[in-house]
Design a protein around this ligand. Sequence first.
Ligand code: NAG
Ligand code: NAG
Length: 198
Amino acid sequence: MRSTSPMSMSMSMSCQIVLHLLFFIASLFSTHASSLCSKDGSVVRNISEIPSGNYGRDGLSHITIAGAVAHGMKEVEVWLHTFAPGARTPIHRHSCEEVFVVLKGAGTLLLGSSSSNSPGTPLEFKIHANSTFTVPINDPHQVWNTNEHEDLQVFVIISRPPIKSFIYKDWSMPHVAAKLKYPIFWDEDCWDSPKDEL
Ligand SMILES: *[C@@H]1O[C@H](CO)[C@@H](O)[C@H](O)[C@H]1NC(C)=O
Ligand SMILES: *[C@@H]1O[C@H](CO)[C@@H](O)[C@H](O)[C@H]1NC(C)=O
């Protein structure tokens, strides 16, 4: 066995301190680099290079193609959502228009009512590549990849960004009990101003 002299001991300790310092400095930069905010002022952007994330939602990949918080959009915002088999949005509503175009896969749109106290038993619609649908303002809805084999990919356009979403636990939850999620999951990374307590 190699004996450790006090000298080499203190050398290795100072090496460790330097290493810790380097990791600390690196972590300062990586916090910023690992942000999924896609602020980028380029005129033409490559969707494959825009950061994507699941934002804590299993089976979701979200990309903000053009957003209010990330790109200063005022009237519309555009997303690309990819749902793994079984993945779905929460049941939610928002007071903005929403247009979907299904690019790939198949699934189910569930649509509740905004005219009774709670969404109630939702209507179910099958969706597949090249389906398009709009969700009326404030109608509770859920998009679900009910296909076991393929990803479901949708192109989404919303009006009046940044979006304020109200999330329901289930279809029988009263509208007034739905919980405000603002900023929405993917806007949190880009949010500069203090969060609004609306
Ligand atoms: C877009 O980005 C992807 C991934 O980095 C790359 O493979 C592809 O070549 C890019 N397309 C163009 C036209 O630059
Ligand atoms: C969607 O419809 C357009 C217009 O008919 C057609 O050109 C395109 O190939 C269709 N795409 C798919 C995935 O079916």
